[in-house]
Design a protein around this ligand. Sequence first.
Ligand SMILES: [Zn+2]
Length: 561
Amino acid sequence: MTMRKCKLAILVIAVLLQVHAGAGYLFGQNAQNPQPEPITRQETLRGSITPEREWWDVLHYHLQVEFLPETRRLKGSNTITFKTLKPGNKMQIDLQPPLAITKITHSDSQLKFEREGNVYWVMFEKEIPKGTEDKIEIFYEGVPVVSKNPPWVGGITWGRDDLGEPLIVTTCEGIGASIWWPNKDHGADEPDRGMQISVTVPENLVAVSNGRLKKTDHDVAGKKKTFHWEVLNPINNYGVNVNIGNYVKLTDKYQGKGGVLDIEYWVLPHQKEAALRQFKEVPRMLEAFEHWFGKYPFYDDGYKLVTVQYPGMEHQSSVTYGNWFRNGYLQRDPCACGVGLKFDFIIVHESAHEWFGNNISMKDAADMWIHEGFANYAENLFVEYHFGKKDAEDYVIGTRRGIRNDRPIIGTYGANREGSGDMYPKGGNMLHTIRHVINDDAKWLSILRGLNADFWHQTVTTEQIESYISTRAGIDFSKVFDQYLRTTKIPLLKYNVKGKNVSFYYERVVKGFAMPIRVIINGKEIQITPSEVKQTFEFSEDIKTFEVNRNFYIEAAKSDL
Ligand SMILES: [Zn+2]
């Protein structure tokens, strides 16, 4: 989602608001209960592949929704085109109250359905055979949940812009897209053929959504306009968004690795000048990330920045932006080292998610580090590309100050529960550490590009990412991933120096952890491979200074061994 980590800036507000369960991503929030709550049935329905989800695969969504600001209601339908993977007659559709499904049609007939909390059970007249392509249309309406703190608390914001004009936005990461439209609300199933989003609004407003605007209908008598947006690629549910306001469009083009990329900036009229100045960051971002990760994943859907009243969010091909047209994150520096003020955090971080989050998407929210760890790491790669290695190292190492080691980065599977907010800075520093273990920049670059090419437009598990990196590096990183993703312990290197000899071993590590590191002895860099068993290394002369290369995220303590 947006960089939750940098909620540091609004920590106080967020803590006061008691960010919703499962969203323990605050970078610096209060300690949480270490004992996870038992998984509820509603969480299981939301977060797992239930039998009623398993038998069908979403091919396409066509969401048609009218926003009614006067009554703060939504009214619309979603046509779901799907293919059956096995025979089935009972389907799970997610839609959260107070929104309600009013009717479901299948060909010429209406289907029966019943509600169980956030889930509807839809009954077909008869079993649909395996291998069938079919569709249903789900009609729904009601007063949707209002977001108390976008984007971290999901819902609709019936807001106003700086000039008092309506500015209505959706945000739903974590809580799920079913907070505002009916769908199969699980990360593992994205619509293979993309999505159409038709948004009807009062005629004086403009609705901006994902992908490309194909046409606009004007209902003069009804004083309404409908904006038809089209996404050609698979899209994760939480990446779907609608922003309604007094928008104007600025356009640009970027000559990149995939040809000419169409860029649009949807901003408010009074923001034009600031946007033209600050959004010069966009081509710089594209250049850096196409270098590190390969071509932008959605050339046919274009790239957009859309201004909103919250900091930002990685809505696919439609990144939302509210970072005050200034560098840093809300003018703060995530690394507290000065480097964070050299770039626009929201443009860089949220756009990094086009590769890690939207191109490569997690199947289960427990694996959200794949989005946020890599996005945090990508910030330092952007810095390296434009400002050099020293700044990049200062940056990623500087973000360690936000690591809390409160609970593991990997969350609870099958329950839509994310892990610790450490997934940002600790995830980024784990990747930085792995790069330095590999110690071969060309190989590391090929791994980053390979991930995006080989998992192109796919949903993945952490195991896939972990084994991919190990295989391509030719180094077994399984214990490193276990250590940093599945425990809250940071490896501690205990060492002692006597004359020419240094003795050392790891404490606080998972069994079998033996990560090579580089240490600097009398100014000379040496690789050692500590383990839980004490080893002694003999240097060529008396050891006067001993330190660990700072790029390895471990702690070190001198003691009598
Ligand atoms: Zn993020």
